[in-house]
Design a protein around this ligand. Structure first.
Ligand code: NDP
Length: 244
């Protein structure tokens, strides 16, 4: 199955590292004009060295006003990947208000806000579009020390469904991918300990964590016309973890 994004403009958040970076590069390889947004300039510099056609945007997406300021002149966007997230790891009894706020601001409020900006443009142009929110298996399964992270991803899944409901009439599709652990910087934070990693892989029928490419391929599928009738789904990329 060949997927091309010629004549499409894509915005990827969290494009500096991990899944977001790989998604931005894959979209560019598939012919899209890509805008990559993240908050660390050094990551954007190295991304541009790897792919000079990517348009960089440096912003802390948890800051509503700063996001408005940088995205207002971004131009038409056909494809949005809401990928940036904050990985709060705290036992439930030790959850702090600042961790709660930064997590919800980054993982829920920012995707909502970026999608509002992008979808208003899609609606005004009447061209439709596709939005993929990067959620997690943690949205649907309790994980120790992940209370706030799980809560943000559960909220993101429901946001995906309501967005699909309200934006569908404008031919804007909204779906999420829900990966299991991927050994990016974020994945290593929680799952580097081999003993702990085994407790997770033993619950994944395929017996392994996901690779970055597994997630990127699912994102590309949901962005593309190959999924033209798919709207409002939360697609596990989890080797069967959520099926058990
Ligand atoms: P990484 O930590 O490797 O990369 C996240 C990227 O998002 C970084 O470039 C980071 O920038 C950026 N980012 C974070 N906060 C902000 C912000 N406020 N404003 C702008 N950019 C920001 O994470 P992954 O690639 O692993 O994760 C990508 C997505 O996949 C996330 O939504 C995550 O929840 C989800 N996911 C990841 C899993 C995993 O095991 N890795 C499993 C399931 C889901 P900086 O480094 O400068 O902070």
């Amino acid at each position: 199955m060949e997927i091309t994004f010629a004549n499409k403009r894509a915005l990827v958040t969290g494009a500096g590292k991990g899944i977001g970076r790989a998604t931005a590069l894959a979209l560019a390889r598939c012919g899209a004009e890509v805008v990559g947004a993240t908050r660390t300039q050094a990551d954007l510099d190295s991304l541009l060295l790897e792919c000079p056609s990517i348009k960089p945007v440096c912003v802390d997406l948890s800051d509503w006003e700063a996001t408005d300021a940088v995205l207002k002149d971004i131009g038409p966007v056909d494809l949005l990947v809401n990928n940036a997230a904050f990985p709060a790891l705290q036992p439930f009894l030790e959850v702090t208000p600042d961790m709660f706020d930064i997590s919800f601001n980054t993982n829920v409020k920012a995707p909502l806000h970026v999608a509002q900006i992008v979808a208003r443009g899609m609606k005004a142009r009447g061209t439709g579009g596709s939005i993929v929110n990067v959620s997690s298996q943690a949205s649907q399964c309790a994980l120790k020390d992940h209370a706030v992270y799980c809560a943000t991803k559960g909220a993101l899944d429901m946001l995906t469904r309501v967005m699909a409901l309200e934006l569908g009439p404008y031919q804007i599709r909204v779906n999420s991918v829900n990966p299991t652990v991927v050994m990016t910087d974020m994945g290593r934070l929680g799952w580097s300990d081999p003993e702990k990693a085994r407790t997770m892989t033993s619950r994944i029928p395929l017996g392994r964590f996901a690779e970055v490419e597994d997630v990127v391929n699912a994102i590309l599928f949901l962005l593309s016309d190959k999924s033209a009738m798919t709207n409002g789904v939360t697609l596990p990329v989890d080797g069967g973890f959520l099926a058990c």
